[in-house]
Structures are given as structure tokens and as C-alpha cells.
Design a protein around this ligand. Structure first.
Ligand SMILES: Nc1ncnc2c1ncn2[C@@H]1O[C@H](COP(=O)(O)OP(=O)(O)OP(=O)(O)O)[C@@H](O)[C@H]1O
Length: 248
């Protein structure tokens, strides 16, 4: 039996095996509300697969994933989204021909308003949420811009905004600053620090300077397992971590 936990996210003994190969192998991981956790590790360590398991894209072979004390491991992917988990993949999935406003609008969760509420107040609610999110992601002056002409970094922010619009309590991000300029990275660090307040954020990242800037705690994965965990200072001085990852 899985016991209730005080952690927002409690992953326990999680394993997925693909034709006998354990891409994630007995991983346990606990993330607090308000925490920004970064997962690092060499290629093929199982980082992306771990996020796929949490968001329901891949089903575990065994183990448990509790989020706010609800078991996610057997929940349908859409239901996991409705339970407050937002995932951003490496490649942006914005609608290029729609404007920034429209991209945020189509991401607003449907059917959340109370039945019988006036259509007017519903659309005002949507609009004010869009403006709030656009400001958070530095795109409030680009609301009428077609998404395809945004810079690479702005597209990544828009996609984060498309998650934020539903106010998820857990956000999963796969390499959010890949390909970004130095100034975009800095603004993304600020954005991620800000959005982790009051919710939980798990980020996969390779850029160690960026990890140092954003992480509350770092989990190092290697060959499907957790190799080390703790503050950035602790993991970067860990001999095992230096040997398999940082020393390369
Ligand atoms: N659906 C699948 N079927 C078979 N093998 C898979 C599947 N998904 C992932 N793998 C394997 O699992 C291992 C872990 O992959 P994963 O993408 O999770 O690593 P990663 O740590 O995210 O690496 P990277 O930093 O390169 O993105 C790899 O060896 C990969 O080939």
C-alpha cells in the first residue's frame, strides 16, 4: 500500500522496462511544493523517460507516482493534465499561424467555468488570464504577433505560457533553454524561479551554469538510476558524478 505523503510529488521505486532494458530503474524522487528540481545526467540516463512516466505518456512497469496524494501511474494522460500536471517537450508545439493571444486562448482549459455563468464574464476571465500570463512570459507587447515570427526563445516562453494558462501545480520542462541567447537564458531563469513559487517544477537541463542559477536541488541520473541528489555544490563535488558526467 502506498502511504500518503507531505511531498507534492512522490515517485517511488519507479521502473520501466523496454524489452527487458530498464530505461528507468527503481527511481525514487520527492519534490516539495515551491521547489524547482533539476534532473541532470549523461545522454540515455533516463531523464526524458522519467518525465514521460510522470505525465502518463509512458506507463511504468512497476512503482508509484503520487502527485498531491493522487496516484498517476494508472491515470489517463488527459486526466493527469486535468489533475494539474503540465509538460513541455523539447520541440515547441505552438500554433505558428495563430497570434500569441490566440495560442494562449486555445490553451485555456475548457469547461472550467460554472455552467450558467454569463458568456461575457467567461470571456473576460479568459482575457484577463491571457494578459496576466503574457506579462509573465515577456510577451505582453506581442499579443497580436503571429507565433511563427517570434524568436526561438520567445516561442519557448509562449509554450511555457500555454501551460501556465491552466495554472498547473506541477510543471515538467525538457531542456527549456536549448538554443537560447544569453539574455533569453537569463530571462528564462527569472521566469522559472518565479513560476516555481507556490507550485513544483521539474526541469531536465544540461547547461551547468543554468542549473546552478535555477536549481533548489539537483538529481543526477545515470543508467536509469539516481546516482546522486542534493544541492548543486554537493552534487558537483560528488566523485561518482564527476566520473560519469561532469568530468566529460
Ligand atoms: N520507447 C522506448 N523503447 C525502447 N527504448 C527506449 C524507449 N524510450 C527510451 N528508450 C531508451 O531508454 C534510454 C533512456 O532514454 P532517455 O531519452 O530517457 O534518456 P535521457 O537521459 O533523456 O537522454 P538525453 O539527455 O539524450 O535526452 C535510452 O537508451 C533510450 O534509447
Amino acid at each position: 500500500m502506498v502511504l500518503p505523503t507531505d511531498y507534492a510529488l512522490a515517485v517511488e521505486n519507479l521502473t520501466v522496462s523496454f524489452d527487458g532494458f530498464k530505461a528507468v530503474d527503481a527511481v525514487s524522487l520527492y519534490v516539495d511544493k515551491g521547489e524547482l528540481r533539476v534532473v541532470i545526467g549523461p545522454n540515455g540516463a533516463g531523464k526524458t523517460t522519467l518525465l514521460d512516466l510522470i505525465c502518463g505518456k509512458t506507463r511504468p512497469t512497476s512503482g508509484s507516482i503520487q502527485f498531491l496524494n493522487r496516484e498517476l501511474s494508472s491515470m489517463a494522460e488527459q486526466k493527469i493534465v486535468r489533475n494539474g500536471v503540465g509538460r513541455k517537450f523539447q520541440t515547441p508545439s505552438i500554433y505558428p499561424k495563430l497570434t500569441v493571444f490566440e495560442n494562449l486562448e486555445v490553451s485555456f482549459p475548457k469547461g472550467r467555468g460554472v455552467w450558467g455563468s454569463l458568456f461575457f464574464s467567461r470571456s473576460e476571465e479568459v482575457k484577463s488570464r491571457i494578459l496576466e500570463v503574457a506579462k509573465e512570459i515577456y510577451l505582453d507587447e506581442d499579443l497580436d504577433t503571429e507565433a511563427e515570427i517570434l524568436s526561438h526563445g520567445q516561442k519557448q516562453w509562449l509554450e511555457i505560457g500555454m501551460l501556465l494558462i491552466a495554472n498547473p501545480q506541477l510543471i515538467l520542462l525538457d531542456e527549456p533553454v536549448a538554443g537560447m541567447s544569453v539574455s533569453e537564458r537569463k530571462k528564462t531563469a527569472e521566469l522559472l524561479r518565479r513560476i516555481s513559487q507556490g507550485r513544483s517544477v521539474v526541469v531536465i537541463e544540461h547547461d551547468m551554469n543554468f542549473v546552478r542559477e535555477i536549481a533548489d536541488k539537483v538529481t543526477v541520473m545515470h543508467q536509469g538510476k539516481v546516482l546522486a541528489e542534493g544541492s548543486m555544490d554537493k552534487v558537483e563535488n560528488d566523485e561518482k558524478v564527476i566520473e560519469v558526467y561532469l568530468g566529460h
